[in-house]
Write a protein of this length. Sequence first.
Length: 137
Amino acid sequence: MTRDPEDDPTVPAALKEYLIQADTMAWRPKSLPGLYEKMLWRNPETQATVALIRFDKGVGIPEPHAHDSNQMMYCLEGRYEYLSTGLVLTPGMFYCNPKGAVHGPTLAHEDTVVLEIYDGPHYPTKPSWYTDERDAH
């Protein structure tokens, strides 16, 4: 079931609810092969987002980088490592990377799915590993 707040113009924006059935959504391939997303929510004004991100086994973010906002991830399945620190996410683990902190590269040791939340814009500029501007926002 999907309920888009834009479907009901009689409800004030501050009171609108948003409901989607994420498991029926298609995974959108990102321009880094083996990386996919399901964008669950986006605030067009602040650029904050909530998304499911899937990494195929053997895929990761190839370079150290920083974000323009706080990045939070909750691991739903798999095993995902931050190679420079040895930090490993497994199911049930929560990770928070503060705005501006350099981290990465990363590697998915298994097929991995995380719930990823940004409280503002993702990157100061499009990272080199993405060819599609949509992937950086």
